[in-house]
Design a protein around this ligand. Structure first.
Ligand SMILES: [Fe+2]
Length: 437
């Protein structure tokens, strides 16, 4: 199989012949990832785990089973001698979009899977975990197997983020507006600090992953790109600024909008970000901590590409390209308000950090003006896993960075997230860019 993902070969030491010895790190990360999924599902009842609030959002139970099916199908079926699938019917229930693997429950009908029960899905997870542990107990690990385990870890991490955004969508649709987690409201400044602009030189820049450490196939090949000089805001756009945009008629001014976006705003009667509700005491937003007042200094979240683009036009600026974003991020540490902090919400920028862009990793994924396209000389890998990224390279926009729901260690400067321009249920926001003065 052409390698879908690259991972650091230093994590696999060479053994005799073609075999490689798996170090304990891969094993530990696998089972830690499996544990975190259960931790995230911990506050939920079996009923919470079953319902699908909309087409884009899947039930928690489906996520927990699908990532398990992924290991069963792409790892155990190939490498675990004598492995017997937990339930032959599960491939239909929990295949997501792999045409090469076979037919499946329609995406729009995942919420109809009242069976298998949540309890049986947990038994499925335990069955597959036991088989994975037995497989990895052999200290001689084929490098292709190690690659597949790495892909499975990163795949499950992606679904951990989706699990949280999909639970938020479910609870936002409930008249009770339940909190996924009860928490005291954090102390936050009343207004954001001013944006500082950082300048970047133009020229020929190298874009894409260098193939040292894990990356998805869509981050490669690394290639040259011509970049014009540009400026980038040192922090994300905040709710404070979004409220100004709304007060200035941002959602009612057609000249600010792309035609498709303006049609959508009118058809759906959008007048604020997703999950915002106007109450007598002001705007509130549904969060994983329930319905809370909109905090001015925090990054605006749950906006579509169309809204981000309209805001940038209103502000007299533009969205960055994905390559500009990558150039600004490539020397920065991959740290920030990610899932590791367990804040589960975007937070204000740290006003003690100046001179470099802030909030590049964590808080919200950042819309870019770049269409999600293959890099020069990209080829989808062979086999079913070649369907992972390549077949989605049309009609979507790239988002860069990471969000407050992104598992720690999952993102990097070259990481390309992608969604359709109308979608806004993920933790999505924006940062402004501009031409050089
Ligand atoms: Fe998946």
């Amino acid at each position: 199989m052409a390698s879908l993902a690259h991972f650091e070969r230093t994590s696999v030491s060479h053994g005799p012949g073609e075999a490689h010895c798996a170090d304990g790190n891969l094993n530990a990360r696998l089972f830690d990832t499996r544990r975190v999924s259960l931790e995230l599902a911990g506050p939920l009842s079996p009923e919470d785990m079953t319902v699908q609030p909309m087409e884009d959002a899947s039930p928690t139970k489906w996520h927990l089973a699908h990532v398990t099916w992924f290991f069963e199908t792409f790892v155990l079926a190939k490498y675990a001698r004598g492995y017997v699938p937990f339930d032959e019917a599960f491939s239909f229930c929990f295949n997501s979009y792999y045409e090469a693997v076979g037919p499946r429950q329609p995406r729009t009908h995942r919420g109809l899977l009242t069976r298998p029960s949540a309890e049986r899905v947990m038994a499925y997870r335990a069955h597959v975990d036991d088989a994975l542990a037995a497989l990895l107990s052999d200290h001689i690990i084929d490098p292709d197997l190690a690659t597949l385990i790495e892909i499975g870890i990163n795949h499950e991490q992606q679904h951990q983020e989706l699990l949280l955004t999909d639970i938020l969508a479910l609870f936002a649709a409930s008249p009770l507006r339940p909190a996924y987690r009860e928490a005291a409201p954090p102390q936050m400044p009343a207004a954001p600090d001013p944006i500082r602009w950082i300048s970047y030189a133009g020229g020929i820049h190298q874009i894409g992953h260098s193939e040292s450490g894990f990356s998805w196939d869509n981050e490669r090949p690394r290639h040259d790109a011509l970049i014009h000089p540009f400026r980038l805001a040192d922090r994300l756009v905040t709710n404070f600024e979004w409220l100004e945009f709304m007060a200035d008629g941002g959602y009612r001014t057609p000249s600010l909008w792309l035609a498709d976006g303006w049609n959508l705003v009118n058809r759906e009667q959008w007048n604020s970000p997703l999950y915002w509700e106007q109450q007598s005491s002001g705007w509130h937003e549904m969060t994983l901590e329930g319905l809370t007042p909109v905090r001015p200094a925090t990054p605006v979240c749950h906006v579509s590409y169309y809204e981000a683009d309209a805001y940038a036009r209103w502000a007299g600026k533009r969205l960055p390209t994905e390559f500009e974003w990558e150039i600004a991020a490539e020397e920065l540490p991959v740290t920030g308000n990610t899932l590791a902090t367990r804040s589960l919400r975007p937070l204000p920028a740290n006003d003690e950090l100046t001179g470099t862009p802030r909030q590049m990793f964590g808080d919200v994924w950042e819309w870019t003006q770049s269409a999600y396209l293959p890099y020069p000389h990209y080829r989808s890998p062979a086999g079913a896993l070649g369907e992972y990224n390549g077949k989605f390279m049309v009609s979507q926009q790239v988002l860069r960075g990471a969000s407050c729901a992104t598992p720690d260690g999952h993102s990097r400067a070259t990481y390309r997230n992608f969604f359709y321009p109308h979608q806004r249920w993920q933790f999505m926001g924006l940062r402004l860019a501009a031409e050089m003065l």
